[in-house]
Design a binder for this molecule. Structure first.
Ligand code: SAH
Length: 250
């Protein structure tokens, strides 16, 4: 990989925040984050990828926020002990999938994104960072989830800022294998959203687990990881056709 010139001071927030999450970033990992930040801010001048543009904000609100998801991953996946499969639905500019792939090189990560332009960006990032454990799939969850090679194919399915929980469950649960999990980072105080997703989660073969409270370092803000266990196969009719899960949540 080509080295990005950077000093550790420029990445103080990322380094300190990662340490607070129990991660000591290696020089190679820091290099990948630095290059990701460069590419993100460069492409963001030409296309709308993120409203967050100050480097420290990128490190905290995108990189560290993505890394808080690690705490919610099932043990073997979290520790990178085995080659597990993780899907990021609606990856956008690559969050949380790319930061997780950087710190867990044994994890097989697939980024699913509906917008072609964002897919081109994600493919560029994968090449620029030489991330051999990441694959980009361009398409809508409503269609890709019915492909036999994708359905029930993942140990963990993550989604940040994709949709309300009922819609998110319909877009994500079909991808999880039996015994797998869906993990969605959300802000606190969404009891009503969770309650109104209960029926959808049950219909889709999921079982709500207790949320995990996590702390975003540097900003010192609490968030929660909503966790859904896949306890039964999802009926073949789900997800419904494109747009329906968002327009008419179960
Ligand atoms: N996860 C990223 C992006 C959130 S924005 C982050 O947290 O920063 C939501 C993203 O999901 C957008 O990029 C949008 O194109 C994508 N998306 C929305 N609905 C989708 C669907 N049904 N299938 C696949 N991607 C979808």
């Amino acid at each position: 990989m080509v080295n990005t010139p950077h000093s550790n001071e420029t990445f103080r927030a990322l380094l300190d925040g990662a340490r607070a999450l129990g991660l000591t970033l290696s020089p190679e990992e820091l290099d990948r984050f630095a290059r990701f930040q460069d590419v993100l801010l460069d492409w963001n001048q030409r296309m709308n990828l993120t409203a967050i543009t100050a480097p420290t904000d990128v490190q905290v609100k995108h990189f560290l926020d993505s890394l808080t998801v690690l705490e919610g991953l099932p043990g073997p996946v979290r520790n990178g002990e085995q080659s597990a499969r993780l899907l990021d639905v609606g990856a956008g500019a690559g969050f949380p999938g790319i930061p997780l792939a950087i710190v867990r090189p044994n994890l097989q990560v697939v980024l699913l994104e509906a917008t072609q332009k964002k897919c081109r960006f994600l493919e560029h990032v994968v090449t620029a960072l030489n991330l051999s454990n990441v694959q980009v799939v361009c398409g809508r969850a409503e269609e890709i989830a019915h492909r036999p090679d994708q359905r029930a194919a993942y140990d963990v399915v993550v989604a940040r800022a994709l949709a309300n929980l009922a819609t998110l469950a319909e877009l994500c649960l079909p991808f999880a294998r039996l015994g797998g999990e869906v993990i969605a980072p959300k802000k606190l105080g969404i009891e009503a959203e969770v309650a109104s997703a209960a029926k959808a989660i049950n219909t889709l073969g999921g079982k709500l687990l207790p949320p995990l409270i996590v702390r975003l370092p540097i900003l010192d803000e609490e968030r929660q990881l909503i966790r859904i266990a896949k306890v039964r196969q999802t009926p073949a009719t789900y997800p419904r056709r494109a747009g329906v899960p968002a327009k008419s949540p179960l």
